[in-house]
Write a protein that binds this ligand. Sequence first.
Ligand code: MIG
Length: 801
Amino acid sequence: MITNTELEYKGNLFPAQITSYQKNVDVLNFITKNGVALQVTVLRDSVLRFRYATTGIFGNDFSYAITKYASRGYNKLEIDETDDHYIITTAKLICKIDKTNLKKTIYDAADNTLISEDELGFHWEESYQYGGDIVKMSKISPDGESFYGLGDKPVHINLKGKRFENWVTDSYAYGKDTDPIYKTIPFYIGLHHKKAYGIFFDNTFRSFFDFAHERRHVTSFWAQGGEMNYYFIYGPQMSDVVANYTDLTGKPHQLPPLWALGYHQCKWSYYPESKVRDIAAKFRELQIPCDALYLDIDYMDGFRCFTWDNERFPDPKKMVKELEDDGFKTVVIIDPGIKIDMNYDVFKEALDKDYFCKRADGPYMKGKVWPGECYFPDFTNPEVREWWSDLYKELIEDIGVRGVWNDMNEPAVMEVPGKTFPDDVRHNYDGNPCSHRKAHNVYGMQMARATYQGLKKFAYPKRPFAITRAAYSGTQRYTSSWTGDNVATWEHLWIANIQAQRMAMSGFSFVGSDIGGFAEQPTGELYTRWIQLGAFHPFFRTHSSGDHGDQEPWSFDEDVTDIVRKFIEIRYQLLPYLYTSFWQYADEGTPMLKSLVLYDQDDPHTHFRTDEFVVGDHILVCPIQEPNAKGRRMYIPRGKWYNFWNDEITHGGKEQWVDADIDKMPIFIKAGAIIPKYPVQQYVGEKEIDQLTLDVFYKEGKENSTVFEDAHDGYDYIKGRYSLRNFKLTGKPNELIIQQYKSGKYITPYNTFKIELHGLPFKIFKIQIDNEEALFEDVRVNGDNTLVVTKDFTELHIIGK
Ligand code: MIG
């Protein structure tokens, strides 16, 4: 009996024994004696969804994360019943559900390896204050299990032994181990016994993950409300887990325009117009390639979104046009806070249409951000998103802005505890009204989505380019992202490297850091090393907070400028390679960056490597992360690799010293790879590509390479106007055979390949193209190892003496 006003604390509650079971095609429903419902959905042979309802009744099934394009379907589904279990068997998995307590054990169907086992399994605490439950899940973690994923956490790549919180947070000058920061991606990968699986806990409330931290053999996750609703995704290859998670939460809806993979220059802030023009001119004068310039908040009139400061930018349309003529795309920032100002049409309209977020008892959600006191659109309302997307008409269609950068969308609020909205703020949540407790983690995602929709509409027939700071799982469908307000320190270079890798394995590849650091001032050396890393990140942008000095490629000394130029040039040469890897990501969900563990999980040495990663299929890089280095030790994964700088061959599977003075970084190419290259351009589209260079790295054995090309913008590629080349290389002691399989209707502007042969162990004696002997004079240039051949060959046969 409760004798005082204290809340009765019931502690953890558990499901009782199963009393009923019902199957509806691929959905299995179990009810327990104490009224708990478990719904298991078989989405694919390797993907199971588990949902629990403590009241026996499920709420509306709605998720911002799951895409409607997710694959469904399985090859096998059998349900068996024994005295103590229900047993679900697919082509890949066996899942046993204990009749007495709903606990689950999941096995690999191929060899019965135990993959995942509930410890306490599902349990919950009732929440008197908010209603509903705090929902919890715990699983047994076997010896030797490693954990990866979880989005932007700035910690060691292997999450084992740590606990994390997911609550999207503006985190100026965060550091190593700061938690939580900007993104919520409640997806992790477990790896043990050489097999990897993933768990995606699709619950947007504040959530927590514990990876054998509190108890050595237990991993758990829980959330402060909502449903226990998670997806179990089996590999056993980690790359398949990531691809399947990405399939579920969505691949980018379209490729970025190629220029978005070029180099971008940003600062808080470039203004007035003359400053922007000076920066542009300097890039061209110094011949440092650059494709995009950014305008931060000071371009606006008093920080009012969708306005311009007429003194600083008297004729934005003219400026944007002239920059574009010189190869620069203009990207502008847009924040969520709308200034309270009756003379400001965006504010007035949103007020009239009732689009602003409100507190539980009715007042508007008022908060201070850059413009002063603001109200905030409820981006979880589809009508608000539609309205917001239309606000971009003038910026994009008329002025010609090519990209939009959404900041502060955690949402960040200044000078208040928690730095965000209070919990009671109400949201539409696409017709599932709720409080900020549930909507917080998706607010920024929905803003970015609305921005993306506007860009898509008004940039058409060009492709949209958006960037967001806040994100929840699935945001990768709409935008790219950066890692927020980092600091100009060596430790932050380490963090940036990990974050880009971690985001890639969390389904979100199109990410980069503020190169050089946002806060404080980098030395020339740190900036150089950071550019070297950034050149291999999908999103490649220098950004800084201005108040600490200049941060352009020429702001240090001439040596720095030269090395920075050299690395940006390498980036531009590799554009077809990076674009191909983006296409693989958008097509198959393949992460563009592969941490070594993802690259070769069977090699236990990779499980704790943090610094090395593979970009695309074949390029291994490792940043230098400390001052005064002439090189570093790094782990080279198994196999044969060419040193990018001198073609020296290295056999991996061990840690090695690699030379890399300040003008170099460790870069290796996998033997057998064919790497496509464009000429250096000052911006994408500066030159017509009249020849594609293929760097061919000899290997005894076989290796496949891919080159994807299209018009570099627009949507024709979706209608089949792309050019996909699959190359099969076969090397023998005295021969090298390259077979080409071509598909797609896009006709590339060039007619020939320039083939640069690396590491050929023999002298060329004869060359055959499609079984006809080619005359040496016709194909060989520059001595022995460069050939010029038609792009249409199906088989190139190089024969040695
Ligand atoms: O309160 O717009 O992360 O990239 O330059 C700071 C000014 C607001 C934070 C972003 C940063 C941007 C800055 N913004």
